[in-house]
Design a protein around this ligand. Structure first.
Ligand code: THU
Length: 132
């Protein structure tokens, strides 16, 4: 699947975001190695810390559906920001748990440009399950 198609999927699902507090919708589309696309949106809570970002929603949904390490091919993140919207640091750490450092992460902006990064670009020297 092309990155433009994956990003379209992320853009479309954005309208399902539950964002009564921030009014900042985010949509994600996570491409799996078998071609399945799993979407995510941010889901907020009146107790703000209980909010779940769109990236984690997609990854956790994939895990709940039986996918795991080695199954993740790429993720696209779409918001409504002028500049490219990058995943927050907690989401980067969750990605590091399940995804390869080489996994492409596609970001977009108001002009619908697509910036292609890798997880390693976003989280160098990630804390992973290191040998002791
Ligand atoms: N948010 C995401 O869902 N993903 C990001 O990459 C950045 C932030 C959400 C959390 C919250 O619902 C809203 O955006 C504002 O921070």
């Amino acid at each position: 699947m092309k990155k433009e198609q994956l990003m379209d999927s992320a853009r479309k699902i954005k309208s399902a975001a539950y964002v009564p507090y921030s009014k900042f919708p985010v949509g994600t589309a996570l491409l799996l190695n078998d071609g399945t696309v799993i979407n995510g949106v941010n889901v907020e809570n009146v107790s703000f810390g209980a909010t779940n970002c769109a990236e984690r929603t997609a990854i956790f949904t994939a895990i709940a559906n039986g996918y795991g390490k080695g199954d993740f091919q790429a993720i696209a993140v779409a918001g409504e920001t002028e500049d490219f919207l990058p995943p927050c640091s907690i989401c980067r750490q969750v990605m590091a748990e399940f995804c390869s450092p080489d996994m492409p992460v596609y970001l977009t902006n108001e002009k619908n440009d697509i910036l292609e990064l890798t997880l390693r670009d976003l989280l160098p020297y990630a804390f992973t399950d290191l040998e002791m």
